[in-house]
Design a protein around this ligand. Structure first.
Ligand code: ADP
Ligand code: MG
Length: 237
């Protein structure tokens, strides 16, 4: 009975999500179709139209890619990694983009290794999402602090920005699909990140003050566990 109930609740969530995706994808598709039709009937498509078509195609691509990440956690392959290096890789990846926007990363990493069990590519995806959000919140540049340390035998990763901040009402809505305040946002990054961190038995938390900035904290279990098979975590050892 309870199972059935939970199952139907899940189906409603999936249904809502599907409706959302359909809606989000239909809008750019309608634009694309309109311009193609103009081209066919009146040979009237100019460079501006092609630019719009390309950016609408990019948007569809982005939405679909974010959903693909979400679809994957089923077949996770956990490995032991030093999370300092996982985050370090992501920082290198985003460094030139940050530079371009006058953003400087300040890194405060633990001297000692911080080992965790993770599906590294997915975890990188979370860090990319969180770092990009921090960068996007600082349009005129500034500093982003990155901390990796051990607290209470947990791995704690903090991303601290000096961006626009998030109001109390908006804070409650984070992680809802399609919740965005950006013209080119999908509002899917945090939902996907939340899901990935959940699969890692961790926590994704936000503290923020309007006009001052945001602290995103990712907490993950530190390695004190053995892997029995690809995706089964057993406490102990
Ligand atoms: P998107 O980045 O496509 O908008 P996300 O799911 O990544 O979608 O984020 C949802 C919303 O959360 C953003 O549109 C923004 O309003 C808010 N947000 C997330 N991180 C930050 C941050 N560091 N500073 C300010 N706002 C943030
Ligand atoms: Mg984002």
């Amino acid at each position: 009975m309870e199972d059935l109930l939970r199952r139907s609740e899940k189906l409603t969530t999936v249904g809502r999500l599907a409706a959302g995706v359909a809606h989000e994808i239909r809008n750019p598709l309608t634009t694309l179709r309109g311009f193609l039709q103009m081209q066919q009937s009146m040979k009237m498509v100019n460079e501006m139209h092609t630019d719009i078509m390309l950016s609408e195609l990019d948007r569809i691509n982005l939405i679909v890619s974010e959903f693909l990440i979400l679809a994957k956690p089923q077949a996770v392959h956990f490995e032991v990694k030093d999370v300092r290096f996982t985050l370090g890789d992501v920082i290198s990846l985003l460094d030139s983009e940050a530079h371009l926007h006058n953003i400087e990363f300040q890194v405060y990493f633990s001297q000692a290794p911080i080992l965790i069990h993770c599906e590294e590519n997915q975890l990188k995806q979370v860090f990319i999402n969180v770092l990009k959000n921090a960068m996007e919140a600082m349009p005129s540049g500034g500093m982003i602090k990155l901390l990796v340390e051990e607290e209470d035998r947990q791995a704690v990763i903090r991303v601290i920005d000096q961006g626009e901040g998030i109001s109390k009402e908006r804070l409650k809505k984070l992680g809802e699909p399609f919740y965005t305040n950006k013209e080119k946002g999908t509002g899917l990054g945090l939902m996907v990140s939340q899901r990935i961190i959940e699969v890692h038995k961790g926590l994704l938390e936000f503290e923020s003050e309007l006009g001052k900035g945001t602290i995103v904290t990712v907490t993950l279990p530190k390695v004190t566990a053995v892997i029995k098979s690809d995706d089964v975590l057993t406490e102990g050892a």
